[in-house]
Design a protein around this ligand. Structure first.
Ligand code: SF4
Length: 242
């Protein structure tokens, strides 16, 4: 199936550029069935995607990387999502608990080697989750970062070896917030306190990875990577907001 998809990708990409998010999601659900899932960290874009998906198919799959370092407001939002949309979020955990990570790699790894910390708590768990799927759906937008500027609505994800669907890739931040207000979509209350994007407690408050050139977790790399280490070393972009 993947070889067929890769053969058709160029024609499909061109056609899909004019698709609405609704049509893109309908195509993804029809094409991949239970093998496609939405990945989200529940930022504003992610909430829009979840709401649109709920109007296309009631029982869509939704997963998140739970680093175990998330804000209480994010966990509260997850509860609200499950209640409003009638779904169970698939929570993907790192192999090491926070305590095991501290025992193995020392205290506050995120302040000494954030690439390694993100690899342990996001990239490797994501790789494990994506190995179960034929396609993943994200809420990345082209104007978020330079790394995302060339993203297509439908792509082959060479890093993780599956199809990647980006239904709102051409949306602006203004469109996202207009949709949220027009459709009364729940969102993380930290946005009301001027948090532009919300990830782990250790790294969000003072800005992403202060003191490091790092700006991306390694989840949306355009260039192929032979392994996860290459994936996070080559990164440049912004945050976990899938
Ligand atoms: S965002 Fe910070 S705490 Fe979270 S996984 Fe990355 S380095 Fe670790």
């Amino acid at each position: 199936m993947n070889l067929d998809f890769r053969d058709q990708i160029a024609d499909l990409q061109n056609a899909a550029e004019n698709w609405t998010p609704q049509r893109t999601l309908a195509w993804a659900f029809e094409t991949f069935g239970n093998g496609v899932a939405i990945s989200s960290a529940f930022g504003a874009e992610g909430m829009v995607l979840i709401d649109i998906a709920s109007r296309v198919r009631k029982d869509f799959r939704l997963f998140t990387m739970d680093t175990e370092f998330l804000f209480p407001e994010t966990y509260s939002l997850m509860d609200r999502i499950e209640e409003r949309y009638g779904i169970a979020i698939e929570k993907v955990y790192p192999a090491l608990s926070p305590e095991e990570q501290e025992r193995t790699h020392g205290t506050a790894l995120w302040s000494r080697n954030p690439d390694f910390c993100c690899n342990l708590r996001k990239v490797e768990p994501l790789r494990r989750k994506l190995s179960e799927l034929s396609a993943w759906t994200t809420s990345i937008r082209r104007d978020q970062t330079s790394a995302r500027a060339s993203a297509r609505r439908i792509e082959w994800d060479a890093n993780f070896g599956l199809a990647k669907i980006n239904p709102i890739v051409d949306w602006t931040s203004k469109q996202v917030w207009r949709y949220i207000h027009d459709h009364d979509v729940p969102y993380n209350q930290l946005h009301d306190q001027d948090y532009p994007s919300i990830g782990c407690t250790h790294c969000t408050r003072a800005g992403r990875w202060p003191g490091f050139a790092k700006t991306e977790c390694g989840l949306h790399i355009i260039e192929p990577a032979a392994d996860s280490a290459a994936a996070f070393q080559n990164s440049d972009g912004s945050d976990q907001d899938l």
